[in-house]
Design a protein around this ligand. Structure first.
Ligand SMILES: Nc1ncnc2c1ncn2[C@@H]1O[C@H](COP(=O)(O)OP(=O)(O)O)[C@@H](O)[C@H]1O
Ligand SMILES: [Mg+2]
Length: 262
């Protein structure tokens, strides 16, 4: 890498730091006659962990689908790392998706593949197509993946099949995968809903720590308000597709949270 490349990259990073990692501006999404998202606005800074709360049907998963563009919005604006998503061509969209790491409730790993191979899948968006077709990763990719597994405390499980791991370990592999992907924004839709309390706390702790260390913005939907209080910097709550609350975690009162679920 030349000095000029380095300067260009650090300038890009500085720019990325100065703007929100994620911005939703009056986003609307309609299904039939009803709005799943009705004028939803909030933003997330790099390194910030935001808990997305709200009862079932509030529109949480719809928020995730609109950001990853699995669903198209009917109004408003979504920008990721300062880039507006409207009118992206296929190439820009691929680039856009590469910067977003996804974690779901049902551990979306390939069960019969090893933890390492599942982590390497995070490199797919970076590798040239021929490498992907041959599933041939470079030494750098493998090193990055092993370092990611080490970071989530699973280096000793690298060659174990994903389906032989506990639920909490599988979610940590999913976190390793987004680390290998070098995502700047992580969307986690109920990542701890299937885990016991200890494993849930562990997974959210790792997620928060990597957010701080690497400046990754995290949007994480949760059902447990106590976990949101413990691990999120900010709480955003929705109800019937509308934003009810958007506050730093320390200022959120119990009655205001209860009102969201009432
Ligand atoms: N593909 C779809 N077609 C029609 N309605 C949908 C679709 N996806 C979600 N909805 C509706 O949008 C609303 C929000 O759903 P969702 O985002 O899944 O909520 P949450 O994740 O908070 O439980 C619900 O009323 C749901 O029925
Ligand atoms: Mg949902």
């Amino acid at each position: 890498m030349t000095v000029l490349d380095r300067i260009a990259i650090s300038a890009e990073m500085a720019m990325a730091q100065s703007q929100p990692a994620l911005l939703l501006d009056r986003v609307r999404k309609r299904y039939g006659a009803s709005f799943a998202l009705d004028d939803v606005s909030f933003s997330i800074a790099p390194g910030e962990v935001v808990a997305l709360l709200g009862p079932s049907g509030a529109g949480k998963s719809t928020v995730f689908r609109c950001i990853s563009r699995l669903a198209t919005i009917d109004g408003g604006r979504v920008a990721v790392l300062g880039q507006d998503m409207a009118g992206m061509d296929r190439r820009a969209l691929r680039e856009h998706r590469r910067g977003i790491g996804l974690i779901f409730q049902q551990f979306n790993l390939i069960g019969r593949s090893t933890a390492l191979d599942n982590t390497l899948a995070g490199r797919l968006g970076h590798a040239p197509t021929w490498r992907v077709l041959l599933r041939q990763f470079s030494a750098d990719d493998r090193q990055l993946a092993l370092a990611a597994l080490d970071r989530v405390g699973l280096l000793d499980k690298a060659y174990q099949r994903a389906d032989s791991l506990s639920g909490g370990q599988q979610q940590r592999v999913a976190i390793a995968r987004v680390l290998a992907q070098q995502s700047r924004l992580v969307l986690a839709d109920e990542p701890v809903a299937s885990l016991d309390p200890a494993a849930a706390a562990n997974v959210l702790g790792v997620l928060r720590d990597i957010a701080r260390e690497r400046g990754i913005a995290v949007l994480c939907s949760l059902h447990q308000t106590d976990l949101a209080r413990r691990y999120a910097d900010r709480i955003v709550a929705m109800r019937h597709g509308k934003l009810m609350l958007d506050q730093p975690t320390g200022t959120v009162t119990v009655p205001s949270l209860n009102a969201v679920y009432a």
